[in-house]
Structure formats: C-alpha cells, structure tokens
Design a protein around this ligand. Sequence first.
Ligand SMILES: [Zn+2]
Length: 68
Amino acid sequence: MTALHTRPIPRHAPALAHEHAWTAESRHRTSDGTVVYVRCTGCAARRVDLQQDSQLPPAGISRSIPRP
Ligand SMILES: [Zn+2]
C-alpha cells in the first residue's frame, strides 16, 4: 500500500516579493544624525533610517517592518 503524502505549499507574502519604494514620512534631527522614518508606497512597510552625513546615502538602522 502506498501512502500519499501531501506537501505543504510554500507561501511567500506578496509584500516581500517586490523592491520597496521608500518615501520619507518624517525626519528628526538627533545628535547622531537625522533619523528618517520611511514607508513603502507599495506595501506600507516601514523602516527607520539614520542619515549621518548629507554626503552619504541613508543607512537603515532597523529592518523592514511589514504591516501585519
Ligand atoms: Zn514594499
């Protein structure tokens, strides 16, 4: 007798399958630099960036936070 095995279908959240299009929502100057709160216009994920020098591109200080 052959047992049938059903495999779970791998699911990937569609929100993670695209390249985020970050837009700055607000900026706050701190002693470490400018903290920029950004939001993805595509999936509403949020991230916090720290811009230490205006000559350099901002670096994310938090990972992307997908909207639940
Ligand atoms: Zn996104």
